[in-house]
Design a protein around this ligand. Structure first.
Ligand SMILES: [Zn+2]
Length: 419
């Protein structure tokens, strides 16, 4: 069976609740000829389980939106994914899901308040889901919250979203004393934050640390007390400071020394160094970014210089024993739905083994979100987030760009498998 893809623009014109193609057992859903009651069966010949194992010739049994069993039976299946590579839904630890181009075609940043921007955000979510990303962490914008909730409520299709709401912008002493930083963290929690985003550095080439050790300690400690994780934008000295402060995950990390990376490994701090998607997006979409806030000619000169530095950092990081490198793209306007390009970059340019790259975007990614008991693996008890790639990503990582099947929570959103 070949099913034509629904173009993203068309989606916005039809009732969004109609988007899921099928849901086993849902009221009104036609019974599948192969369903056993409320169960759905997916047949696969090759499964990367998300935890580093390759499984062969099995059927994934799904009920109530969850994987309930893996069996070796060869009976009929509702979805035959044999000949493809089946994986858990991918996880992107760092996106800006509301960042879009405005009506004039130019970068409009994260402003998600106009009707045009709201539709653009919904389109970003759809593009991300269609690329096989079933969970993303958006860090952060207040406009994430209604999008997250609309998707979680089943009103519109998209990845599961975790959001930081308003980030803590490090501004040195202007960020305030520790007590006001703690109050800021509690305000984000009250506003619905799933985690706290912290800017602890200025620009990528020269910017200095923008929070003192005492301020960072307060931010990450208060988040922990509130049961929230912390994601810290950090370069150079700020990498060590964030690690010492016990923050959960460090983003970017240019200028980190091997000693800094070893300290992160010792402390169990997750590291998310991007290998290219965001800079490639800026360079490809230069005309749409140039002249918008922060994007002048000097910035573009810096982007071209920084790209090889990011590759060097990732190559170095992969050689640090025990360092937990997770997958985040920093996707901005023009990058949503291209998230898998970052997997290609990490393998091709960053020296990451394909299996390690895929685990960083599944099982390890789930662990970093504190959600390993819900997502990130093909295993009984977990959400039925199941995707299929056309090709073998272990031999050719560009297969990650060819996601032809997407199920999230047991609902099939994409079935472009040629049968
Ligand atoms: Zn970012």
């Amino acid at each position: 069976m070949t099913r034509a893809l629904v173009p993203a623009f068309a989606l916005l014109l039809i009732p969004l609740a109609a988007a899921p193609l099928a849901r086993a057992g849902a009221p009104g859903a036609p019974p599948s000829p192969h369903s056993r009651g409320d169960t759905t069966i997916v047949a696969a010949s090759t499964v990367l389980d998300g935890r580093g194992k390759v499984l062969h010739d099995l059927r994934i049994v799904i009920a109530g939106g969850k994987i309930v069993a893996l069996d070796s039976g060869s009976g009929p299946a509702d979805y035959d994914l044999r000949g493809l590579t089946v994986l858990p839904g991918l996880i992107d630890a760092h996106v800006h899901i509301t960042w879009s181009f405005g009506p004039d075609g130019k970068n409009a940043g994260q402003n998600g308040t106009t009707p045009q921007a709201v539709y653009a955000s919904a389109a970003n979510a759809w593009a991300t889901l269609m690329a096989g990303f079933t969970t993303v962490q958006s860090v952060g914008a207040p406009a994430d919250v209604p999008l997250r909730d609309a998707i979680a409520g089943g009103a519109i299709p998209g990845p599961r979203i975790l959001t930081a709401v308003e980030p803590l912008m490090g501004r040195g002493a202007a960020s305030g004393p520790p007590d006001s930083i703690r109050a800021f963290v509690r305000r984000q929690k009250a506003a619905g934050a799933d985690l706290i985003k912290i800017f602890a550095s200025g620009g990528m080439l020269r910017g200095a640390a923008t929070l003192s050790q005492e301020q960072l300690d307060a931010a990450c400690d208060e988040a922990r007390r509130q049961g929230l994780r912390t994601l810290v934008h950090a370069y150079r000295d700020a990498v060590r400071a964030a690690t010492l402060a016990g923050c959960t995950e460090i983003e970017h990390g240019l200028g980190a020394s091997d000693d800094d990376l070893r300290l992160m490994a010792e402390r169990g701090t997750y590291f998310d160094p991007q290998a290219g998607l965001v800079l490639e997006t800026y360079l490809r979409e230069k005309a749409r970014y140039l002249g918008t806030p922060y994007y002048d000619e000097d910035a573009f000169t810096a982007f071209a210089r920084v790209l090889p530095m990011m590759h060097e950092l990732l190559r170095r990081a992969t050689r640090i024993a025990g360092l937990k490198i997770v997958f985040g793209t920093d996707a901005v306007a023009g990058a949503h739905g291209r998230n898998a390009d970052e997997l290609v970059d990490r393998v091709r340019d960053g020296g990451v083994e394909p299996m390690a790259a895929l685990v960083s975007a599944t099982g390890l990614g789930a662990e970093a979100l504190g959600m390993a008991d819900r997502i990130g693996a093909i295993a009984p008890g977990l959400e039925a987030d199941i995707i299929a790639m056309d090709g073998d990503p272990l031999r050719d990582i560009t297969a990650a760009r060819r996601v032809v099947f997407v199920m999230k929570g047991g609902v099939v959103y994409k079935d472009a498998v040629t049968r």
